[in-house]
Design a protein around this ligand. Sequence first.
Ligand code: IVH
Length: 670
Amino acid sequence: MTRAEAARRIADLREQIHHHDSLYYVEARPEVSDAEYDTLVRELGRLEAEFPDLVTPDSPTQRVSGQPVEAFRPVEHRVPMLSLDNTATPADLREFAARLARALPGATFTFVCEPKIDGLGVALLYERGRFVRGATRGDGRVGEEITQNLRTIRSIPLTLRSPLAQAPQLEVRGEVFMPRADFEQLNRALEEAGEGTFANPRNAAAGAVRQKDPAVTARRPLDIFLYHVSEARELGFTTYWETLEALRVAGFKTNPRTERCATIDAVIDYCGRLEAERDGLGYDADGAVIKVDSLEQQWRLGSTTHHPRWAIAFKFAARQATTGVQAIEVNVGKTGALTPVAKLTPVPLAGVVISNVSLHNEDEIRKKDVRVGDTVLIERAGDVIPYVVQVVLAKRPPGSQPFVFPDRCPACGHSTARLPGEAYWRCLNTACPAQLKERLRHFGSRRAMDIEHLGEAVIDQLVDKKRVKDFADIYTLTVDEVAGLERFAEKSAENLVAAIQGSKTRGLARLLNALGIRMVGERVAELLANQFGSMERLEQASLDELSEIRGIGPQIAQSVRRFFDDETNRDVIRRLAEVGVEMTQPGFMAEGPRSLDGKTFVLTGTLPSLTRDAARELIERLGGRVTSSVTKKTDYVVVGESPGSKAADARRLGVTILDESAFRALVGKE
Ligand code: IVH
């Protein structure tokens, strides 16, 4: 390929990729499969590797690029990033409207209302349609340059569509945030990895945006809504509504909950509806923002040094409260992690009474300096677990002492350790009864073995009596034994034993999750079960085999290997098998022929009746592997319609080519 041909193909690929990014990340309606998308990205990567001088910063391959920085460069905003005036009641909103009427007598106003996102304000600068600089709000006048980090956010377009693409300079502002579901998943992963968690999505987003290494930011699930164009009138817009429409056309993500309201009553109605639905938004919004729609009116109203006079924030009811810390206890988790918990004077908050709040770990408790006797401000956002925002220092009683983290396990007195890089102290006693209780509770929980009636009270008694020392012991419990426990009637004893016996057929994935292997939660358990099909095969899997599985990194692989290398663990599994707990994955064909063991496949083009994923699954079930590029070692290339260059590679290298019917014959799915 000549350089000129490459340049044309590169431009074409970039345009296609930008188009699909926009459909996927901004509009949430993808048109191609992940595999087809990956093919485009890989081809672009290959061409750019061959012609490195054709790489530009706005290429989709450059989302994650650049070196970690020592410090962020300060950036002076061309137009200051102001704050917003606040209101909290409908009466305040009417007063806002009255103020507007006084300022511009005789004018009629239209408003635009939108959610006030609880994230981080940022400014994005585009020059002739190319993203050239991103900055934090900072103090409003000077922010920090975080271009590399913002580039990793897939919903930020690197190049714009016309007509905004023509503007010599365009500054748009918006709010970076972390969707709540992604935040919860991130925290679960951090927790499983023994790392510190974030108190709320805002903190997680703030931490991600200010990462010194853009590669770390890229792994954080950030998103953005844009809500402002600086100097929009100079660009020829007359209303804010119209400006938002232009942002959408250019490829920016704007908030779909934005509404235009002709009266202040409609504004009040909007605020009420949004507040009622705030938990269903999928992200944290702490209010609504109301803006005068006409840009001319905005200009005439002007701003104070603090906020524009043409906009106001309607704050939702606080979901914060203050209460006293009566005690700080340290709990022992199922992996031995010591978690400090503040026992609070019970306080109602957003519909529930809060009497405990986790203080997470030693660093967190030290950072916030929470002490017994303190008054703390706590917050509960939506269904998020309550957390301590800060100590109310003005109310700290004299003579209070910082909390001293225990140097022994509070449950069994055994020594503890905090490994390098971990946020938690852990009890080192594998027989620690508190750990065992937590593990048993997890074992029986709904998403693991789902053993109804195996509650805390039963577990405590069984462990304290030393009747249950591991998971296998619970399967030998008899109705008589259970009926002998405190607060257990014959009938409920029967129910519990039946539930225990009924849990034997949950399948491998749930069992793996139930075992509480470090870093193996529901998702990883599922991957392992589908890959290996049986406990026996998993036990024998090498570190390499494990880390080759998509979605399983070297750390998880190591944790799994370490678990199975332990004699005690293997013994428990053997005994679970003896009592009849199912050790295979339903539907897995491991017992059938593994006719493709060791064979590698490459898929290219669209197959008439099979999706990529379905084809991959058929191959993997029979022991084969799917790789992305054709080499001499490839056994088969499955070629569908409009195949890429891989079909040619296969021919050149003499690799066997299969069409769909030949492929079906090979995998026995004719
Ligand atoms: S408009 C001049 N709209 O709230 C326009 N701000 O408390 C000022 N924010 O600094 C901003 N959602 O970071 C606007 N829909 C929204 C917003 C929003 C969140 C943030 C923004 C601002 C802060 C002011």
